[in-house]
Design a binder for this molecule. Sequence first.
Ligand code: DGL
Length: 281
Amino acid sequence: MKELTLPSNPGPIGVFDSGYGGLTILQKIRELLPQYDYIYLGDNARTPYGTRSFEVVYEFTLQAVTRLFEMGCHLVILACNTASAKALRSIQMNNLPIIDPKRRVLGVIRPTVEIIGQLTQSRHVGVLATPGTIKSESYPMEIHKLYPDIQVTGNACPLWVPIVESNEAGNEGADYFVRKYISELLSKDNQIDTVILGCTHYPLLLPKIQQYMPAGIRIVAQGELIAQSLKNYLMRHPEIASQCTQGNSCSYCTTESEEKFIESASAFLSENINVQHITLE
Ligand code: DGL
């Protein structure tokens, strides 16, 4: 690994996603914790991660985390389930002790599952996520650590991220694939009463998901859960909170072109943004 020079001053909170999906998380975090500074990094040039191998997702995520550290972040949120499932543990165990044991990287899966035990009555929970997240078995593993009695059934939705990334989420063509993955999930277990949207892109499909999800099944999106969990984390860890600057700002970086990011991010954001192109290696 290349030699790193990391700024020691406090800096913004880094929010990383493979593409635009993490913007749904960032938005909720900023609503709850507007006082902090944030840098959002989207690896849009290499999205989607959901169909990539463990090794590749780990390598790409580590590159992104390292870059956010170089930009001054002491705390990075992996606002991507696929990266949280496939890279978080390895980065925390193998890389952080060498890079800087005082910096922190947090994921989105644990905060999502913590609440599940209070939501399901039938104790049958479904997870809709990318093929990578489903294959990693991270959701069943994390849920069973807290709630061994819950039966967890996953279904991969390989086309939902491409549909969202190509701004087709509101169009008719999306309906077929929304219906298809929901019925695949429910045909595996018809007692499911709670479905986790285990991918940060999926809230953009929420109107259609609500339309095709049978009444009585609760849909759990992640944004607010992650925001609340980050707030609690910062309260419990003043030594990390003190390393996060409070200037009420947000900047954006993308590995794709700046124009393309601004155009596509407008589906997720309602403000004008400044974007900087970067390369990861
Ligand atoms: N946003 C990512 C997630 O939450 C998925 C996007 C991708 O496949 O790159 O899993």
